[in-house]
Design a protein around this ligand. Structure first.
Ligand code: I6G
Length: 684
């Protein structure tokens, strides 16, 4: 059956519905992909698309090439066809300094015989130039730039890019209109794409430009369709059967009106001074853009003037690309050193032959981790590519293998921490090697103290980050246990620390010595041991000595402790330095009520009688009661001589006065939570 007969069979109501659906989908595509301002949720868009797909399936004669359902679906190619560019796709001359821009502007003014020139300025994207040919407003062909005269026919791939309209919006399109633009991938799209590549065991792309080029030049359009490609259009080529505005900025606005994506950062500027001001502004914004730009492009705005200027050796005389300093340079890797971070992670740092990257001399760069070194096959002595973008730490991107000297050697992960000499461990299945001397290692000291003192750990009130930094700087704390050796004289000398605060801190330290085994275990900051795991360990073993001596298999007997956590606990206590610090902490007087094992035996609050009054902020009365009962306590309604403790929340009642009269210990909420080992335990 011919398409015409098919079409004839489509009821007018359906035909109208199909037309309307396409109009709506195109509109939402435009809002989402071109304006970056979606109006409807994805689910609603999907619903419209599905309805259109269903109707087109029922009435195949209704399908047209510009239907939004027809972006994907072309069969894979053997190879790309060739396209001849009727109007050659020229390249741009570059300017690398302000002087070169001033020279460009002078030449333009001299040739045109004018005092000042109006320019159109816009960012130069680091992507891939393409040509889009629209016939009667319908996308008929997409091609790469190639050598400027001949490119590759990538129509099926270009059709999958949703920011490229299959049909131009509005009216007044020339019969033939060739639009030119740069296809690219945003930083975010690039990160997602590479995560995906890694997940599927494929090689990650080196940079967004390579990813965009590789994605557009796929023989299978269904692969391109999966890639987060987008476009900014920057000009026109062939135009037939129609007229366009007489300025470049006017043409860009016209293209925008037809639904093409134009850089929102483009602007008309006056003279060389306007160009340079624009350049500085964009250089300042470069790091905050969602995509990579490598400079800005200035074009003489008046099209008649462009025509008079013409071109010289394949580049227009009316345009120039003013490049930003390169973010990547080549240099030699002299050595690899290992830095220990505050969590104990060992980061390999490249020592480089100094090189200027983006205007700054770089002699160190991160190599991220051991795994990256292997993946990029980086060796000492190699020539490497170093990248520095904005404020981020310079990184070694890749190796120039062709320049590898015969004596290049693989960097080796050290066996011992370069800071404290504790053993370095690379847990099975992990990429990051760590120093195992968490309590002892100076690199990890501040973090260890901060965690140790935190509210849910040892709860040392007043020991904040600034104070920890001061104590560390003055050499007052070599390891955690030195906290308990601090003297009033030491503390008083610190900045912003009077006698009263010093006393308060010493009191807080003293109070913290009375704790629970679970809190103490949590406070040690063992990797993977959070509060729940610490409690499970304390419940299961009931003795710190046993935990410290337990082999991995025994640790795994604890509910919810798997191989990774068990290994981490085991290795922590294998490190001699950590054991010494624990011993010193206990010698300083840290203690807890003996925690009987959960399996049988007496509970920690057995025999104690509690009364609750007032409102607790962190739990209901019933929850508090449940928590106490779970620990073996009895909870009664009134205070008597037999009451062991009164727990007093906000706005306590007469029970409070009674307890005071009888001299019964009163616990406020903080003390109560500490006693029961935190709110979470209460909820269990
Ligand atoms: O490769 C290019 C990137 C951006 C260009 C270009 C551009 O304008 C923003 N403009 C022209 C005229 C040419 N190439 C030839």
């Amino acid at each position: 059956m011919s398409a015409a007969r098919h079409e004839a069979a489509i009821p007018p109501r359906i035909r109208e519905r199909i037309r309307r659906l396409r109009e709506q989908i195109n509109h939402h595509n435009y809002l989402y992909y071109v304006l970056d301002a979606p109006e409807i949720p994805d689910a609603e868009y999907d619903r419209l698309m599905r309805e259109l797909q269903d109707l087109e399936q029922r009435y195949p004669g209704s399908i047209t090439p510009d239907s939004p359902t027809q972006r994907v679906g072309a069969a894979p190619l053997e190879k790309f066809g060739e396209v001849r560019h009727e109007v050659p796709m020229l390249s741009l001359n570059n300017a690398f300094s302000e002087t070169e821009v001033l020279d460009f502007d002078r030449r333009v003014r001299e040739r045109l015989g004018v005092e000042e020139v109006e320019y159109h300025a816009e960012p130069k994207l680091d992507g891939l130039a393409v040509s889009l040919l629209y016939e009667q407003g319908i996308l008929a062909r997409g091609a790469t730039r190639g050598d400027g005269w001949r490119g590759e026919d990538v129509t099926a791939n270009v059709r999958t890019i949703k920011a490229i309209p299959l049909r131009l919006m509005g009216s007044g399109h020339p019969e033939l209109l060739e639009v030119r633009g740069e296809v690219f991938i945003t930083h975010e799209g690039f990160a997602r794409l590479n995560e995906n590549q890694e997940r599927e065991g494929l090689k990650p792309f080196a940079n967004p430009r390579n990813a965009a080029a590789g994605s557009l030049r796929q023989l299978d359009p269904s692969v391109t369709a999966q890639r987060p490609l987008t476009i900014f259009c920057y000009g026109i080529g062939l135009v037939r059967g129609g007229t366009l505005p007489s300025t470049h900025s006017g043409i860009m606005e016209q293209l925008r009106g037809w639904g093409l994506r134009i850089s929102p950062l483009s602007r008309v500027v006056q003279g060389a001074a306007g160009c340079l001001e624009y350049y500085r502004e964009m250089a300042g914004r470069r790091d905050r853009l969602e995509y990579e730009i490598d400079g800005v492009v200035y074009k003489v705005n008046d099209i008649a003037a462009q025509e008079r200027l013409g071109e010289l050796s394949r580049a227009p005389r009316w345009a120039v690309a003013h490049k930003f300093p390169a973010r990547e340079e080549m240099t030699r890797l002299l050595d690899v050193e290992w830095q220990v971070g505050r969590t104990g992670a060992l980061t390999p740092v490249a020592r480089l032959e100094p090189v200027t990257v983006g205007g700054v001399v770089v002699s160190n760069a991160t190599l991220h981790n051991q795994d990256e070194i292997g993946r990029k096959d980086i060796r000492i002595g190699d020539t490497v590519i170093v990248r520095r973008a904005g404020d981020v730490i310079p990184e070694v991107v890749s190796v120039v293998k062709s320049r590898r000297p015969a004596d290049a050697r693989r960097p080796r992960l050290p066996d011992r921490c370069p800071v404290c000499g504790s053993e370095v461990i690379l847990p099975s299945g992990e990429k990051i090697a760590r120093c195992s001397g968490g309590l002892y290692c100076p690199a990890q000291r501040r973090e260890a103290i901060r965690h140790f003192a935190s509210r849910r750990a040892m709860d040392i009130e007043g020991l904040g980050d600034k104070l920890v930094a001061q104590l560390d700087e003055r050499g007052l704390i070599r390891d955690l246990s030195d906290l308990y050796a601090l003297r009033l004289e030491d503390l008083e000398k610190l900045e912003r620390m009077g006698r009263k605060s010093a006393r308060n801190l010493l009191d807080a330290l003293e109070r913290s010595k009375q704790t629970t085994m679970a809190r103490f275990l949590y406070a040690l900051g063992i990797r993977h041991v959070g509060e729940a795991t610490a409690r499970a360990l304390a419940d299961h073993f009931g003795s710190l000595e046993e935990i410290m001596a337990a082999p991995v298999e025994r640790l795994q007997e604890v509910p919810d402790i798997g191989a990774v956590v068990a290994e981490s606990i085991y290795l922590f206590f294998r490190e001699k330095h950590n054991r010494q610090v624990v011993e010193r902490l206990l010698a300083a007087g840290i203690q807890w009520p003996s925690t009987p094992r959960k399996s049988g035996g007496e509970l920690p609050l057995a025999g104690e009688s509690f009364v609750l009054t007032g409102t607790l902020g962190s739990m209901t009365r019933d929850e508090a009661k449940g928590a106490l009962q779970a620990l073996g306590a009895k909870v009664t309604g009134s205070v008597s001589g037999r009451t062991s403790y009164l727990v007093a929340g906000a706005n306590p009642g007469s029970k409070y006065d009674k307890a005071r009269q009888l001299g019964i210990p009163i616990l406020d909420e903080t003390a109560f939570l500490k006693l029961i080992g935190g709110k979470q335990q209460a909820k269990r």
